[in-house]
Design a protein around this ligand. Structure first.
Ligand SMILES: *Cc1c(COP(=O)(O)O)cnc(C)c1O
Length: 402
């Protein structure tokens, strides 16, 4: 297995990108699906933002330094990574806040004359924040949330469906949902879809424009390596922009913010998704971090991601004592994101032991070990080493109650 890992690494067209990141030899970092690693050039860029732009130019940076237009400029940098044309993505606020804007905005895009369309379908296995926000959006809009198992979603769509909120990749299992087919089926049923791309943006091609997605949100601190708490993004399809009515219309989304007008008039385009003053330090750290994508083919990222997760699963099969772990991540490539989730008895003790030995994955209680594979900086030798150490740890931590 170690020999095969070396051969796979030698043939990897993305291998050189690893040097763009701050990583250490003692650690095998498999948690880029929670917090992407730091690109090497980011500290100097952030230092410049603080010392020169803030320290010396001060207020002038809003115009001369391009601070004011950063949310849409950085949105346009993310756009090609998720298959969106320019002018459709704006960066700012957290994913949670953007889910709120997208969901309420989607309900407001529907024809108000159709009171029969009164349900918001939400992935029953969703990341909790998506569910909490959907429940609040439901109370505000008067449309109840109906939790649905994503496997049964197509059968749940109907004349009562107003909006569907789904995760492209399930955060727990790493399961990839069929965005083109689900989007088409929802449209067929007369509904709109909001996709949460937290675990797919930067991990695989998404094709937002090509598949006619209505609205989408995504995280930038996972596979996009934007840094802890980096601002999220909001996508609004071009055809919906003229009617997109944000539930958080701050002065930054006004058509003429510095008119300081008492009446709200929305700006054109994705800028409508802005709210208040952007978080410039985080935002410009993200902008710098996006440089690592220059010249990277997303198809190559996807191919490597699948090869890495296949190889890791094969190594786990070879090294782990029989029956001790069970993969929750689908074997079929068409249903797999860029992580592997293993169900394991005594998972908390196992993950603690793995981290103590430099294999950094994470735990989703009660019994899931998650390993994220970021193709830009994770190699096949990392996958082999992680599986080997996992095998050793499983021999030391006897099975038993969770
Ligand atoms: C990571 C993640 C979030 C995070 O939301 P924040 O507002 O950034 O804390 C939300 N939804 C999903 C599906 C995620 O994976």
């Amino acid at each position: 297995m170690a020999g095969r890992a070396a051969a796979l690494d030698a043939a990897d067209e993305l291998a050189a990108l690893r040097d763009l990141f701050v990583l250490d030899e003692e650690t095998t970092y498999l948690d880029g699906n929670s917090l992407g690693a730091l690109p090497r050039h980011v500290p100097d860029r952030v230092r410049d933002v603080i010392t020169r732009q803030w320290g010396r130019l001060r207020i002038r940076s809003w115009t001369e330094g391009g601070w004011w237009t950063a949310p849409e400029r950085i949105g346009d940098r993310i756009a090609p990574l998720v298959g969106a044309g320019p002018g459709r993505i704006v960066v700012g606020d957290s994913t949670s806040v953007n889910i709120f804007k997208a969901l309420v905005g989607a309900v407001r895009l529907l024809d108000p004359a159709d009171p029969a369309r009164d349900e918001i379908l939400v992935d029953a296995t969703t990341f909790p924040t998506d569910g909490y926000i959907a429940a609040s959006a439901a109370r505000m809009t008067g449309l109840p949330v109906v939790p649905v198992d994503p496997d049964l979603l197509l059968g749940s769509l109907g004349p009562r469906t107003a909006v569907v909120l789904l995760n492209h990749v399930d955060f727990r299992t790493g399961r990839l949902h069929d965005l083109p087919a689900i989007t088409a089926a929802a449209h067929e049923a007369g509904a709109l879809v909001v996709w949460d791309l937290c675990h797919s943006a930067g991990a695989l091609p998404v094709g937002l424009d090509a598949h006619g997605v209505d609205l989408a949100v995504g995280c930038t601190y996972k596979y996009l390596n934007g840094g802890p708490g980096a601002p999220a993004f909001l996508y609004v399809a071009e055809r919906h922009q003229p009617r997109f009515d944000s539930p958080l219309p701050g002065w930054n989304s006004h058509a003429d913010p510095f008119a300081m007008d008492g009446e709200y008039a929305p700006a054109d385009g994705a800028v409508r998704g802005r709210v208040g003053t952007p978080d410039i330090l985080s935002m410009l750290a993200l902008e710098a971090a996006l440089d690592v994508w220059d010249g990277v083919r997303l198809d190559a990222v996807r191919e490597k991601s699948l090869a890495l997760t296949d190889f890791f699963l094969e190594c786990v099969e070879a090294y782990a004592p029989k029956g001790r772990v069970d993969s929750l991540t689908p074997a079929a490539h068409a249903e797999r994101g860029s992580q592997v989730a293993l169900r394991c008895a005594r998972a908390p003790a196992v993950m603690e032991a793995l981290i103590a030995r430099g294999i950094v994955g994470d735990l989703r209680r009660p019994d899931v070990l998650r390993f994220g594979f970021t193709p830009l900086y994770t190699g096949f030798a990392d996958a082999e080493r992680a599986a080997w150490v996992l095998g050793a740890v499983l021999r030391e931590v006897p099975p038993g109650p969770v």
